[in-house]
Design a binder for this molecule. Structure first.
Ligand code: F6P
Length: 376
């Protein structure tokens, strides 16, 4: 009997998605399976919007950025439909059966892993692949998309160096990463940023200004500050920590209302922070007397062709995924482990986040080359 495999991409796009679709598609077709794509994440599966994934479609997408399937952040259990938010899980399960699927591969970040896990608990055969430029999915060494984004951010900082140097300015460059600072730390280290601020280490403005002044005293009148969008001052960190604490307690006691309230407070905090880089820049101008400018890299970091490393990683995970399907596995994420892969049960992935641990080697290296991380 021919097996039928479905693929969808969900959450923010990231370089390497098409390489993964191609890898799953080609290796599935190669072993006699039929492959169908669902458009725009879980929404396409709910609305039954599909895309044929045959050899012709798959043969020219390896180097393309974005995802040929389209993506969305819609969740099966909380989907906006005709002005109201509804639980569409039953419809999604029906459509899975209607397409006679033997397995559905969901490619996405932390949110996608959670949604996929919920569907696997409803009895669907689900496998996932970890992608996100934030690199914060738990239980995998790395996520595809991250390497490309780090290259883009590194090139941007390299270019900002010469203009900051010429004008004797501070340039605050903001990178993506709400909860994890892998991108800011990686690109900041690669491009020699003088200050790197990440969500894992609360910063003190006085320490940051001091580091820049020290450079001035030694005759260097420019500085590059690489900041992750989720980096927090010590005061803000404490506020967020108290909301997170409330959320965890409400979750434990099953108090949905309090949990939602805490989540809204956290969202509200980040929404009101859209000019975080600007605020930092203005403060640094005042505290150092140097002129300062900002650059927000934003979605540039997610766009365009994937790096060779991401193409290879996506191909490695995608082909392993089909091997796991052949072995009868489901309810697993195909994780990158060393040079190979590992099928990690989804219940070990959800509810966790891969942030930079205190004392990580890269943090140590940054300190040793004299980079200020805002805390000392
Ligand atoms: O997918 C992760 C991410 O790129 C984060 O780094 C960023 O905060 C967020 O997505 C932006 O999301 P959107 O594209 O929906 O604005």
């Amino acid at each position: 009997m021919t097996q039928h495999i479905g693929i969808l991409t969900s959450g923010g796009d990231s370089p390497g998605l098409n390489a993964a679709i191609r890898a799953i598609g080609k290796s599935a077709l190669g072993s006699g399976k039929q492959v169908i794509g669902f458009r725009d994440g879980f929404r396409g599966l709910m609305e039954n919007r599909t895309m044929r994934l045959d050899r012709d479609v798959l043969s020219s997408i390896l180097t393309l950025g974005g995802t040929i399937l389209g993506t969305s952040r819609d969740k099966p259990h909380r989907m906006p439909v005709g002005g109201t938010v509804m639980d569409m899980t039953d419809v999604i399960c029906d459509n899975y059966q209607r397409h006679n699927l033997d397995a559905l591969v969901c490619i996405g970040g932390g949110g996608t892993q959670k949604n996929a896990y919920r569907l696997s608990q409803r009895g669907l055969n689900i496998l996932t692949l970890p992608k996100t430029i934030d690199n914060d999915v738990a239980m995998t060494d790395v996520c595809f998309g991250f390497h490309t984004a780090m290259e883009i951010a590194t090139e941007a900082i390299d270019r900002l160096h010469s203009t900051a140097h010429s004008h004797h300015r501070i340039i605050v460059v903001e990178m993506m990463g709400h909860n994890a600072g892998w991108l800011a730390l990686g690109a900041g280290l690669a491009a020699g940023a003088d200050v790197i601020l990440i969500p894992e280490i609360p910063y003190d403005m006085v320490k940051v200004a001091q580091a820049i002044r020290q450079r001035q005293l030694k005759g260097t009148r420019f500085s590059i500050v690489a900041v992750a969008e989720g980096a927090l001052s010590r005061q803000a960190y404490d506020v967020i920590a108290s909301y997170k604490d409330k959320k965890a307690k409400a979750k434990e006691s099953g108090n949905e209302k309090s949990k939602k309230k805490a989540e809204e407070a956290i969202d509200e905090f980040y929404r009101g922070r859209s000019s975080h880089a600007l605020h930092l820049s203005q403060q640094l101008e005042e505290m150092t007397g140097l002129e300062s400018r900002i650059t927000i890299l934003g979605h540039l970091q997610r766009g365009g062709t994937p790096s060779a490393i991401d193409r290879v990683l996506a191909t490695r995970l995608g082909t392993a995924c089909v091997r796991y399907i052949d072995e009868g596995l489901s309810g697993v994420m195909v994780a990158a482990r060393g040079e190979g892969t590992e099928a990690v049960p989804l219940d070990q992935v959800v509810g966790k986040r891969h942030v930079i641990p205190a004392g990580h080697a890269l943090i140590e290296s940054a300190r040793r080359v004299g980079t200020c991380l805002g805390d000392e």
